[in-house]
Design a protein around this ligand. Structure first.
Ligand SMILES: [Zn+2]
Length: 439
């Protein structure tokens, strides 16, 4: 396939039979390669009594061993490499807060593919040569910033590699350079809007920002709406993991914003029950699992992402792409909150809160235990200062009632003035604090 064709939408619209042929050919190749070059996979496959020749159809992927985050840590740093170290040209590490980081490493060809895949996401969002792309994700070990960099290079945009933090300067760059497209962690767009207000900058009339490639945290439909309205922007969701192919190089949404197209010529996607590892039905929520088909430096079989989503049953999108879609990430298996026997993700609460226009986008969920009983307190800010205590009472009562319907228990709601909750300048917003002693 020629270089240009990779970025052709037609490639993303190929017949599924043709796509599956490509997938199967690549799957066979990658399984042979890891069996021969990565001792970890050789012994895992021996354990399961499966050999590369047992892979005769795409469904046979289910015979292969899973790879977990712990497997990556146990093989830190380079034991999962399928190429000599001299072939590795770039290394990235997950933004994990504790312990051994999980790595992603790349050969020259991996880097090229990475740029192509993120380039597709830009192209799908209609971003090209005439755009100024400002990268507010960190350009460092975290793969998000570089993913956007490689992708924006691929579509020929003008790049402003601002990296993370320095919000006032970010806004100044936007104005000075005429930034049209921002790449960011989702919640940061709302933080930037707050700082803009402090600087008397109106995100809509004073900037040319009209598109965003956002992601890296679970976000609700309401959060998406908020971001779009605040910036008068079309916000695109881009999904990926350092371990797979750096940052947002795995799936992205098209102009219809109805699910994210997975780059299936590079990945086989599965959804499994996070506990049993059994396959979920289409449309059924579970853990996303990816097998890389093209990665040279660090191919992964059935990588358990811990991200929860589902596969669309429909293979047709209004954009004409035939690539399978996944739903927006609902949360991570390990971010699920369990209170009084009820399991849920913070995004459920976010969705309910942000339906109210008077509620600001920052919120914090505190879980603790009082006299052996779990207690959930949600701190929210009003969007503007509401002086009357009465109004706050009405708001908190309304939210309490609505959330009781969703959660089946009654949370505490604390309404505070704008600017009272802690802000995150770099990285992902910290929404949940669980004060319960584990065990
Ligand atoms: Zn589409």
């Amino acid at each position: 396939m020629g270089e240009e064709r990779i970025l052709e939408p037609m490639f993303e619209k190929m017949r599924r039979t043709e796509l599956r042929e490509i997938q199967l050919k690549r799957l066979k190749e990658v399984v042979h390669r890891v069996y021969e070059c990565v001792p970890f996979y050789y012994s895992k496959m021996k354990e399961l009594n499966v050999s590369p020749d047992d892979i005769r159809s795409i469904e046979d992927v289910r015979k292969l061993p899973f790879t977990t985050k712990n497997d990556l840590r146990n093989n830190y740093p380079f034991k999962l490499s399928a190429v000599p170290l001299s072939e590795i040209v770039e290394i990235h590490a997950s933004s994990g807060t504790t312990g051994t980081p999980t790595l992603g490493y790349y050969t020259e060809n991996d880097l090229k593919n990475w740029g192509d895949l993120v380039g597709r996401a830009f192209k799908m969002a209609g971003v090209g040569k005439s755009d100024v792309v400002q990268i507010t994700a960190s350009l460092g070990m975290f793969s998000g910033g570089f993913a956007f960099y490689h992708g924006a290079r691929r579509v020929g945009a003008t790049i402003v590699p601002a990296s993370a933090g320095y919000s006032r300067r970010q806004l100044q760059y936007m104005i000075d350079f005429g930034t049209t497209t921002v790449c960011a962690i989702t919640s940061y767009m709302l933080r930037l809007a707050e700082i803009a207000k402090e600087m008397n900058i109106d995100p809509i009339s004073n900037t040319s920002v009209r598109k965003g490639l956002l992601g890296s945290e679970a976000w609700s439909q309401q959060m998406w709406k908020r971001v779009c309205e605040t910036w008068n922007m079309d916000a695109y969701d881009a999904y990926g993991l350092t371990e797979l192919n750096g940052g947002p190089g795995v799936a992205a949404d098209c102009q219809f914003h109805d699910g994210l197209h997975v780059w299936e010529d590079h990945y086989i996607v599965e959804v499994v029950d996070p506990n049993s590892g059994e396959h979920c039905e289409l449309e059924e929520k579970g853990e996303l699992v990816f097998t890389t088909l093209c990665k040279e430096a660090m191919p992964l079989l059935r990588y358990r992402t811990r991200d929860v989503s589902f596969l669309y049953a429909s293979e047709n999108c209004d954009c004409g792409r035939t690539l399978r879609r996944i739903g927006r990430i609902q949360g991570r298996t390990d971010d699920m909150i369990k209170v009084s026997g009820v399991n849920f993700w913070p995004s459920l609460i976010e969705e309910a809160l942000l339906k109210h226009p008077e509620v600001g986008p920052e919120y914090q969920i505190i879980v603790d235990r009082v006299s052996e009983v779990d207690r959930l307190t949600i701190y929210i800010e009003t969007k503007t200062i509401i002086n009357e205590e009465e109004k706050k009472k009405v708001l908190s009562q309304t939210l309490r009632d609505e959330l009781r319907e969703l959660l089946l228990f009654t949370p505490n709601i604390e309404v505070v003035d704008p600017g009272q909750l802690p802000r995150v300048e770099v990285g992902k917003a910290k929404r949940v604090i669980d004060k319960r002693v584990s065990g």
